[in-house]
Design a protein around this ligand. Sequence first.
Ligand code: AP5
Length: 192
Amino acid sequence: MRLVLLGAPGSGKGTQAARLKEHLRVPHISTGDLLRAEVAAGSPLGLQAKEVMARGDLVSDEILLGMLEDRLSRPDVADGFILDGYPRNLAQADALGHLLARLQQPFDHALQLEVDTERLVERLAGRAQAEGRADDNPESVRNRLKVYTDLTAPVIDYYRQRGMLKVVHGEGSMDEVFTRIVEAISVGTEVG
Ligand code: AP5
């Protein structure tokens, strides 16, 4: 199964991808995690990305595509993957389509986790207190939500218009959301 998870910051993509990874037995590829690993390693790419991420802006399309091509050419994705955090703008959506066509690995579902903005802000504030992630401060969260509305929300429409989108209500307990996702990707309901 090849799954693309979409949703605003704090919608639960990472949380649900960790569960789906066990359920589907395919790797979870999070572009945010890949970038944070580069930052932690102090690599040239990480140094370039660090400030951009802390502000909540998007790292360049070129860097992301290179990183993704590299990750998707590893053998562990032969049976599928869960992609979390990509695509984040229309250029990335086009690039992903071309890349997967070239790899002959079209994805099965683009799945959006839909969560109210108020709830997103609450969740990210909770994580800021618990974990202190560099981009969970109020100013960066505001910018991440704006970037999502301006640049990433059109990606949702892009897949909807192509009949490739499933929408899952992302509120409620983590178990409830997980059950909804599994139903949506199993029986093909809730096409948005
Ligand atoms: P990324 O790491 O992708 O961050 P994000 O999209 O802002 O996502 P989050 O990790 O904040 O939210 P999530 O939806 O994964 O929710 P989570 O499960 O963590 O990207 C970070 C940065 O990297 C970007 O801003 C950008 O700079 C750069 N970047 C990444 N990809 C890029 C790309 N393609 N192009 C350019 N730049 C890119 O949950 C959030 C919190 O809510 C957690 O505390 C969790 O425990 C809690 N929670 C989850 N589900 C529930 C629930 N059901 N009930 C209650 N709490 C819940």
